[in-house]
Design a protein around this ligand. Structure first.
Ligand code: UDX
Length: 467
């Protein structure tokens, strides 16, 4: 099949490469010429394991190319996937669907033959039916230009695998013809046994945001239990292990620590809240606001723990921040808990040096006021406190005795509960975590009554456009 992918961020670039891998002929289009130029050379414009290999393979086979206008895309493809970003609107909880609308406005006037436009971007429920009407209005092919919604569920860091071996495929369609086209696009995956669920447009739109809201709720639940563990002297890591053996609960998404960030979970949670208010069912989802608050409090709690370990003031304290990406195996720093903590420490007067194995360049752009260093050694030299903020494998392999000889004080905050604490303590480190007093900390992080709206806004970034 001849397919175009419009928008080549974390979602679109991976989708384009994977569609070529499935044997389709694919053209990727983007308004950013720099991104297109790199992709056309077979270079991944961001860190995503496995993507570069797939790009090279697709391009060499002559099935994958990048570049061109929406008019050229319309001439090339029979199926057009929309993969542009829907960031959080500034000053609002709602998602900005402007880029998706822009694609429909730009593409539709060039659609002169029967075509399927497939939205993959995450949009508020009800958006797709409006876009379908607009598409039919603007397209010379009129109602032969159809819209479907086919949300993605890929995780950054595992995006290639999640696209080629998804848990499920969701096809929001309004006709047999659209259903048949999507079944053809995904034929190899369906044949391999991937569940394919045909649904209406609204259910497909909701599938994505509600999955992310559920995952966020699960993470905030275990993080709230970490607070209870701190207060009671219990251990949240063991508690999560015990809970996870119940098949209805499971072990995934139960890692207590610094909480969730990234380009999806926080903004999807807020966009669902905003949409539920518009639909008059805000009361039903009000708990999602609390999920967001619990998550932001993780960042505050780590900053307060650092302040406590610094003796009450962070002024002139030297801090090493290990990690800037919102999670390991990505260079994405959008709404990164790690970068939010590093920035808050800097704003509280600390000297903060940030290291990340992959996200260094993005971190410099997102937080230019911080000191960014190329290796762990430069980050920790002379440090009073080392903070482990993103659980890269690289950090798990650090020799704590070696590190102990470089720092000024061997004090570690493992905000991700992921380092081998016994080894670190044996090497002479004071280790503190959230929710695991057994790791050498004991007392709960001090919560100051002054923590309020100001620190909340500093620590809870808005989603940045892109992706
Ligand atoms: C998420 C969804 O998983 C994916 O299905 C959807 O398509 C896009 O949003 P992603 O943003 O890549 O994917 O990250 P994910 O792996 O879900 O992690 C989200 C955040 O939660 C990260 O900041 C991570 O560190 C945090 N997290 C995850 C925890 O704090 N604890 C956990 O147990 C799991």
């Amino acid at each position: 099949m001849k397919i175009t992918v419009i928008g080549t961020g974390y979602l679109g670039a991976v989708h384009a490469a994977c569609m070529a891998e499935l044997g389709h002929h694919v053209l990727g289009v983007d308004s950013r010429p720099d991104r297109i130029a790199r992709l056309a050379w077979g270079e991944a414009p961001f860190y995503e394991p496995g993507l570069a290999e797939l790009l090279t393979r697709g391009i060499s086979a002559g099935r994958l190319s990048f570049g061109g206008s929406l008019a050229e895309a319309a001439a090339f493809g029979d199926v057009h996937f929309i993969c542009v970003g829907t960031p959080q609107l500034p000053g609002s909880l709602a998602a900005d669907t402007g880029h998706v609308e822009g694609v429909i406005e730009g593409l539709a006037p060039h659609l002169t033959r029967a075509t399927l436009v497939v939205g993959k971007s995450t949009v508020p429920v009800g958006t797709a039916s409006g876009l379908a009407r607009r598409l039919a209005e603007l397209a010379p092919a009129a109602t032969a230009a159809e819209l479907a919604w086919n949300p993605e569920f890929l995780r950054e860091g595992y995006a290639v695998r999640d696209t080629l071996e998804p848990d499920r495929l969701v096809a929001g369609v309004t006709s047999e013809a659209a259903d048949a086209v999507l079944r053809q696009v995904y034929a190899p995956l369906i044949e391999a046994g991937t569940p394919y669920i045909r649904t209406d447009l609204g259910t497909a739109e909701l599938a994505k945001v509600s999955a992310n809201a559920f995952l966020a709720t699960k993470i905030s639940f275990i993080n709230a239990m970490a607070d209870v563990c701190d207060a009671a002297g219990a251990d949240v890591v063991t508690l999560a292990e015990v809970l996870g053996y119940d098949a209805r609960i499971g072990h995934k998404g139960m890692a207590a620590g610094l909480g969730f960030g990234g380009g999806c979970l926080p903004k999807d949670l807020r966009a669902l809240l905003a949409r539920s208010e518009e639909l008059g069912v805000g009361d039903s989802l009000r708990f999602l606001h609390e999920v967001d608050v619990v998550n932001t409090r993780r960042r505050e709690a780590v900053v307060e723990l650092a302040r406590e370990l610094a003796g009450g003031s962070l002024a002139s304290v030297s801090v090493a921040a290990l990690g800037a990406a919102f999670k390991p195996e990505t260079d994405d720093v959008r709404d990164s808990p790690a970068l939010a903590v590093a920035t808050a420490l800097h704003e509280a007067g600390a000297r903060v040096r940030v290291h990340d194995p992959k996200a260094g360049d993005n971190a410099i752009q997102a937080a230019p006021a911080l000191e960014h260093v190329p290796d762990v050694e430069s980050a920790v030299e002379g440090a009073d406190i080392v903070l482990h903020l993103t659980e890269w494998r690289h950090y798990q392999e650090i020799d704590p005795a070696w590190l102990g000889a470089i720092v000024r004080r061997p004090v570690l905050i493992d905000a991700r509960n992921a380092l081998p604490h016994a080894r670190w303590r044996e090497a002479g480190w004071t280790v503190r975590c959230l929710g695991t007093p057994g790791a050498g900390g004991g007392a709960a992080p001090v919560r100051h009554a002054t923590q309020g709206a100001e620190s909340q806004s500093m620590l809870s970034q808005q989603h940045q456009p892109g992706g």
